[in-house]
Ligand binder design. Structure first.
Ligand SMILES: [Fe+2]
Length: 469
């Protein structure tokens, strides 16, 4: 089995990593990543990568040194799995994780296995998944401090783990989905320092779609409703069997971009040819046209969901890879939205946080599509030029760009964006032959390696992380 998908039980604290090369001394914050790391049950293995237990991984930078800590979230899901009481938390083997999570959600036993990402919300560090149950953790020790839920009445049994932060307006934007006899999407804002969300818009829907992230511009929230949808009546019936086929791909239906005005909550909907996606990359409003540009990683259909089940990933099956696409969404009534490809074989895209909601130049992503390596790519979205880091036998996770001046976002009108990318790209890479992982530090402007910091073990593939000052 590929070591990316093996259970790791070892936890270490403040391990000083052996470094080859040099880590820049200006890098003095902390990268915290999240992802599944425990895939075993008393009766075998979970069937889907998404179902592994959440492990936080912390990289603390100090004057060129890197300290490493990894720790499982101590959740009910962890106790149940590790104590062997698996039946209580596993909902029918063979179901895809997405379906299983929704089953759990609708049955009011939403999983607390918050293994998708981390964020600072309402002054607390939290681990997030697609149910409303967040785990609070200590960013120094990674100790779990218990569960947190929002203190408000925004409905929804399902919530995207991804939120969009707008530092200038001091808020975070996200969305929930309410399944019921009357189903709806709810776009909300969460003011910094509070734990009370406010609903910006409610969008009724007959059959809710799986929407993993939204796009954000200064004026709009863009919710791409893909034609991978579930009949909510299935969730209202008792019995697990009815949920297996809850989501289905219907390519006869368009993808619909719901464009929500952040100030007055009005919604305009623009159709596009059908596609599936997990991650938006960036969004902005051009100065000279009435509409929105949304960049995202698109798939031809939703087969990627099944392709991430263990029986497929372990064989190295890669039928479905994503394309970085730019969609133009006109808001003057002038026709459907149109998309054009910028790059192929990409996943887990990131940008310099300074570039959010602005015309920008560089996106960073995994380079997928090869069974012998997963590289990293920097894409110039203005002309499609690529710079690739890749080593045979090495498998890189999500690349996080850290600008040299983190504070520049607040005063970025005065910052000249020349595309020089003064900063570093951080990614965890698994060396398959060495059976160990390392933290890779790439120079942001040249995309050349500056340092390797070897971990004491092989880390399973994670999802997302954030760099905190
Ligand atoms: Fe994600």
């Amino acid at each position: 089995m590929h070591p990316w998908f093996r259970t790791l039980t070892e936890e270490v604290r403040d391990s000083s990593l052996t470094i080859e090369g040099s880590v820049p001394a200006w890098l003095d914050g902390t990268l915290v990543r999240n992802g599944p790391a425990h895939f075993d049950t008393a009766t075998g293995r979970v069937s889907h990568w998404f179902d592994g237990l959440a492990m936080l991984r912390r990289f603390a930078f100090d004057d060129g040194a890197v300290g490493y800590t990894n720790r499982f979230l101590r959740t009910a899901a962890y106790r149940s799995r590790v104590d062997g009481d698996v039946v209580a938390t596993e909902f029918g083997t063979g179901l895809t994780s997405l379906v299983r999570r929704l089953v759990a959600t609708v049955l009011s036993t939403a999983t607390d296995n918050a293994n998708v990402t981390v964020a600072r919300l309402g002054g607390r560090y939290v681990a997030l998944t697609e149910t409303p149950r967040m785990a609070v953790f200590d960013p120094e020790t990674l100790l779990t401090f218990g569960e947190r839920r929002f203190d408000d009445d925004v409905p929804g049994q399902w919530t995207a783990a991804h939120v969009e932060r707008d530092r200038e307006r001091g808020e975070v934007i996200g969305h929930t989905v309410r399944f019921g006899r009357e189903s709806s999407y709810h776009v909300y804002r969460l003011r910094d320092g509070t734990r009370t969300r406010t609903e910006i818009a409610r969008i009724p829907v007959d059959e809710p779609a799986y929407v993993h992230s939204v796009g954000l511009t200064d004026r709009y929230v863009v919710l791409p409703e893909v034609p991978f949808t579930a009949d909510p009546r299935r969730f209202l019936r008792p019995g697990v069997e009815a949920f297996v086929d809850a989501f289905r791909w219907d390519e006869s239906r368009p993808t619909q971009f719901h464009v929500v005005d952040r100030d007055d909550g009005s919604v305009r909907t623009v159709d596009a040819p059908p596609f599936f996606f997990f991650h938006t990359v960036n969004a902005f409003e051009p100065a000279d046209r009435d509409g929105v540009v949304v960049d995202l990683v698109a798939f031809e259909d939703a087969s990627i969901v099944d392709a991430l089940a263990f029986d497929r990933v372990e064989r190295g099956v890669r039928e479905a890879t994503g394309d970085l696409r730019r969609y133009w969404i006109p808001l003057d009534g002038d026709g459907p939205a149109t998309g054009r490809p910028i790059a192929e074989h990409v996943a887990l895209p990131r940008i310099d946080p300074v570039d959010r909601r602005r015309p920008y130049r560089h996106a960073y992503a995994q380079r997928t599509g090869d069974v012998d390596t997963t590289g990293l790519v920097r894409i110039d979205v203005t002309d499609g030029t690529e710079t690739v880091w890749r080593e045979r036998g090495c498998f890189a996770g999500e690349p996080v760009f850290v600008p040299r001046n983190q504070q520049s976002e607040a005063g970025r009108d005065s910052v000249v964006r020349d595309g020089s990318d003064d900063g570093v790209v951080l990614a965890v890479v698994l060396d398959r032959d060495a059976e160990r992982s390392f933290l890779l530090v790439l120079d942001g402007s040249t995309f050349e390696e500056r340092a390797h910091a070897w971990l004491p073990h092989a880390l399973p593939l994670g999802f997302h992380g954030e760099y905190f000052e």
